[in-house]
Write a protein that binds this ligand. Structure first.
Ligand code: FCB
Length: 422
């Protein structure tokens, strides 16, 4: 990327801001019968790009809602594609770099019922869609193929708490493999369309610690969780093989054609998790968040643990491509808590940069309050508060603070000319 720019951004996803009557989540959660437009970003995008501009960020991560483009199998809505192109053009005109997420948790209903991820046919259907999308979209250099594929599979195929709602380890592994096959193919397609493009997934990383340090089983679980959740995907990109340790069972090995198919590594970081061995639970695992360092918990119940960001960055730096924090944020109605959260995490990034870790960007989640998957409309992540009745956007004090941070921290000074150009 030109000028070795540090990307200061905000992140959102289409469905969380604008809903979609054709997406699987619309029937999964009854909230959409009352709030089908969520924040009404679909109509208010110009106003939202204005507030993005006013924040002073130089990048914006958002997603394109597949189910609006292909509401029915075999149907293609050109107008919707034009709509997303307008957003991209407007961002570029305002010198805001677009980072586009192709898949952020939601699917058209027809796809997930007929071609769910565990079936081989999902690969063809999804790549067909992406190929056509790429033929029709211009002006994007930064792409995220999948947001949090592990969470998609853990939630949709093991816990069954998100669509498609299976609880089957075997199907889960098939789904994960097919998703990564898609990543590999899409990575190549994107590069065919735009040689300059930078492609990654956004991987959720967390710090894992034993619930009781004295308990060897808790310590073992924390170690296994770290290998499963953080490390296996890194190995996948480095070796083309994902090794998933399952507590007290044989490690699962999946061949994935993704070796080297990564131009930067997108990390979503939120919290630390404490693991406890509990023979009464599925796979003997119980976890919870504990406020150990006194930073408090968020409205999601997650521990605020800024130091953990350094840990995951240090850990991820093994992957040998630049790192971008594609999501980090807090759900709270308390502006000063939000400000403290942002400050402490950005201090941590500065610290990581001083240590020589190659971090190239930070995207705060989220620009405005939105629909939070399992928590509805009450998890207030936004720099701007949203009144879901009137769709008014009201700045929190954290918005001004984030603008100030962007102006006052010069992270580019850490990039010397010998570093690989992004
Ligand atoms: C991440 C998701 C994002 C948002 C945040 C709070 O796991 O990628 O859509 O819901 O959590």
């Amino acid at each position: 990327m030109k000028d070795n720019l540090f990307l200061w951004g905000v992140a959102t996803s289409a469905f969380q801001l604008e809903g979609s009557p054709y997406a699987d989540w619309s029937t999964w959660d009854s909230i959409f019968s009352l709030n089908p437009k969520v924040t009404n970003h679909y109509e208010l995008y110009k106003e939202d790009i204005k507030i993005i501009k006013n924040l002073g960020v130089n990048a914006y991560r958002f997603s394109i809602e597949w189910s609006r483009i292909q509401p029915h199998e075999g149907y293609w809505n050109k107008e919707v594609v034009k709509h997303y192109q307008k957003i991209i053009d407007l961002l570029n005109e305002n010198n805001i770099i677009p980072m586009v997420t192709i898949h952020h948790f939601t699917h058209p209903v027809w796809f997930i019922t007929k071609y769910p991820w565990h079936k081989r046919s999902s690969i063809e259907k999804f790549t067909e869609y992406v190929e056509r999308l790429l033929e029709n979209i211009r002006g994007v250099d930064f792409w995220i193929t999948f947001n949090e594929p592990y969470l998609l599979v853990l939630g949709g195929y093991i816990e069954g708490c998100i669509p498609p709602g299976y609880k089957d380890l075997n199907l889960a592994m098939k789904a994960l493999r097919n998703i990564f096959i898609c990543h590999g193919q899409i990575y190549d397609l994107i590069h065919i369309h735009n040689k300059k493009s930078m492609v990654s997934i956004a991987h959720n990383m967390a710090v894992f610690a034993p619930w009781f340090k004295w308990n060897p089983f808790d310590r073992l679980l924390a170690k296994v969780a770290k290998r499963f959740y953080n490390q296996s995907v890194i190995e996948g990109f480095m070796e083309g093989k994902i090794r998933l340790p399952v507590p007290f069972r044989k490690t699962i090995q999946i061949e994935v054609p993704i070796k080297g198919k990564l131009d930067f590594f997108g990390i979503n970081y939120y919290t630390r998790v404490h693991m406890r061995f509990n023979p009464l639970r599925k796979l003997f695992i119980e976890f919870r968040h504990r406020d150990i360092d006194g930073h408090g918990l968020t409205d999601m119940g997650w521990e605020i643990y800024p130091r953990g960001l350094k840990k995951v960055l240090r850990y991820a730096s093994n992957i040998n491509v630049p790192l971008i924090i594609t999501e980090n944020g807090i759900a709270t109605k308390d502006d000063s808590k939000k400000i403290k959260f942002i400050k402490s995490h950005i201090d941590t990034i500065e610290n990581a940069l001083q240590e020589g870790i190659d971090v190239r960007g930070y995207f705060y989640w989220s620009l405005i309050d939105n629909y939070e998957w399992l928590h509805g409309l009450d998890a207030r992540f936004g720099l701007y508060r949203v009144d879901f009745r009137t769709y008014r956007r009201i700045p929190t004090k954290a918005a001004a603070f984030y603008s100030y941070v962007i102006k006052s921290r010069n992270f580019q000074r850490f990039f010397n000319s010998t570093k690989k150009e992004l």
